[in-house]
Write a protein that binds this ligand. Structure first.
Ligand code: IPE
Ligand code: IPE
Ligand code: MG
Length: 240
């Protein structure tokens, strides 16, 4: 029997994809404000976008996806918003476990553990352990994450290890998770800044910024970002 492939699937198969995509998921608050809703509802919608994007990234053959979910600076927000974000993340882990295991996804978190509740740390570690042998998409959540904090934490690990000298490659091994550098960095909601995300790893990433707010970001938006990435002339300082 002849199997027909859907047009959208043909498009995906023909598209070259970056190995590692990193996303600054921004604009949840503005999405809610535009609708007269509390910011926390924007975060809830943002979690729904993330679910779509992970599934689609895996389907497109992306190997690593890192998303910025909570920065070391986000503690400055109201206690209500911080608590809501913590609760949402814990619920997210609980609800996504089935989907993660079913889709052979490896789950991991990059960030500091301080100020994070023991229950949330336990939930994170459980899913990291449970999914560690999965061989599909590696899904890395930057949570309580700061790029500078990551570099300082790496330097402290190096000092503790007693190693005497280091180069760029061996330095990477001391970062929270030793993943290949992202080829593509996406930021939603139009902000033209890095906000302390992956400072070491994005040295040569291509940057794609869209005005779309994170809760409106979907499969088609991801494909659009990747199509745009595929048109870039990556020179890495050389001449073509
Ligand atoms: C991104 O959305 C989510 C987090 C930073 C946790 P924001 O909450 O920053 O949304 P805006 O930027 O206020 O619209
Ligand atoms: C960056 O967004 C952090 C996350 C998306 C988790 P922010 O909204 O916190 O960044 P700024 O305040 O615009 O720099
Ligand atoms: Mg923001």
């Amino acid at each position: 029997m002849v199997q027909f492939t859907k047009r959208s699937e043909v498009k995906i198969m023909e598209m070259g994809v970056p190995n590692h995509v990193a996303i600054i998921m921004d604009g949840n608050g503005r999405w809610a404000k535009k609708r007269g809703l509390p910011r926390t509802l924007g975060h809830r919608e943002g979690a729904a976008s993330l679910r779509k994007v992970i599934t689609h990234a895996a389907k497109m053959g992306i190997k690593y996806l890192t998303v910025y979910a909570f920065s070391t600076e986000n503690w400055k927000r109201s206690q209500d918003e911080v608590s809501a974000l913590m609760f949402l993340f814990k619920t997210y882990i609980k609800n996504e476990e089935k989907n993660i295991m079913k889709n052979n996804i490896r789950f991991m978190v990059s960030g500091r553990k301080d100020n994070v509740s023991p229950a949330l740390i336990k939930a994170i570690e459980n899913l990291e352990e449970k999914s560690k042998n999965n061989t599909g998409l590696t899904f890395n959540i930057a949570f309580n994450y700061g790029g500078r904090a990551e570099i300082v934490d790496a330097v402290n690990k190096i000092i503790e290890s007693g190693v005497e000298s280091i180069d760029e490659e061996s330095f990477s091994k001391y970062l929270y998770n030793d993943l290949p550098d992202p080829e593509l960095l996406i930021r939603t909601s139009g902000e033209l800044r890095i906000s302390n995300f992956l400072l070491w790893q994005i040295a040569y990433s291509e940057i794609y910024i869209t005005d779309t707010l994170w809760p409106d970001f979907d499969e088609a938006e991801l494909e659009k970002a990747i199509e745009n990435f595929n048109k870039r002339d990556r020179r890495f300082g050389g001449v073509k």
